[in-house]
Design a protein. Structure first.
Length: 283
């Protein structure tokens, strides 16, 4: 299967979790999966800005990214965090390689439009294209590409991209079979209950009733884009659980093959499951 895996930035602060997830990524690659790992790192980035004395400014909850802030983002995302994850996957027994937007122009971006003004947030962008041939050449060479949330604009500048939306766009452009969001919560929560599945219609209700908020809203919006773009399976799962990534990948494969399976975390669906499908997928 061709799979895009998005790592929550919070995991990259915990060496034990990084090693556990890296081992699972390496296992999936050895089993023949074509994997692209996408990661963010919001909390480490914010802490790095604080240590550097760079003030964070926000408009409507969105960070204004001037050149100094963007340069810090490149250092944190494409530097320390990316190399930490690449090293962990390689140490787990499968070679990984860090790729950033400027490498073979592999991730292309345009400035974000806010309040109908393009570029009003500075170097904040959204993904508009992918160098598929380059990424596929890495897979043929037996490598796992690991990408930070950056894109290269037509102006040859690097842009910071929301990692959830970047992962969804990558999954769409690569015609991925599955997209897996590894989060620091067990899945989409309704109170303390993990929802086994949510549909497009339910997403609107969950957002309007404020059952979900913040980063989970962005993940659900991105999941919708991926499914509308042809990705077959999207899951949101808690990455700190034992072997959760292996389980999610096995579930995605079983779902594609119409076999019985147990759902970890939350599956995002275009339409509700039929009664027969619900019986098969019940935890």
């Amino acid at each position: 299967m061709r799979t895009v895996i998005k790592f929550a930035g919070a995991f990259l602060e915990d060496d034990a979790i990084v090693r556990t997830l890296a081992r699972q990524v390496a296992t999936l690659a050895r089993d023949g999966h074509e994997i692209l790992v996408v990661h963010g790192g919001g909390r480490p980035f914010t802490e790095a800005l604080r240590r550097m004395g760079i003030e964070s400014k926000f408009v409507s909850g969105l960070r204004i990214t001037d050149r100094e802030t963007r340069d810090a983002a490149v250092m944190v995302f494409a530097g320390l965090l990316n190399k930490r994850l690449v090293a962990a996957i390689s140490a787990a027994g499968y070679p990984a390689i860090g790729i950033s937007a400027a490498d073979a122009q592999c991730f292309r971006a345009e400035p974000m439009v806010h309040d109908e003004v393009e570029g009003s947030l500075g170097f904040v962008g959204y993904l508009t294209g992918l160098n598929n041939a380059f990424i596929e050449s890495l897979w043929r060479g037996g490598l796992i590409p690991v990408a930070p949330c950056l894109g290269l604009g037509a102006d040859n500048e690097l842009y910071n991209i929301n990692a959830d939306h970047m992962a969804a766009a990558c999954a769409e452009y690569l015609s991925a079979d599955s997209l897996i969001y590894l989060t620091d919560v067990a899945g989409v929560l309704d109170g303390e209950k993990v929802l086994s599945a949510v549909t497009f219609e339910e997403i609107e209700r969950l957002v309007q009733s404020r059952v979900v908020s913040g980063g989970m809203v962005l993940k659900l919006e991105a999941a919708k884009r991926a499914l509308e773009g042809g990705v077959r399976v999207v899951r949101i799962v808690g990455g700190a659980s034992v072997d959760v990534l292996l389980g999610a990948a096995r579930v995605s494969k079983a779902a594609n093959e119409d076999e019985p399976f147990v759902i970890p975390g939350t599956r995002v669906l275009r339409e509700p499951l039929s009664p027969a499908q619900e019986a098969l997928s019940a935890a």
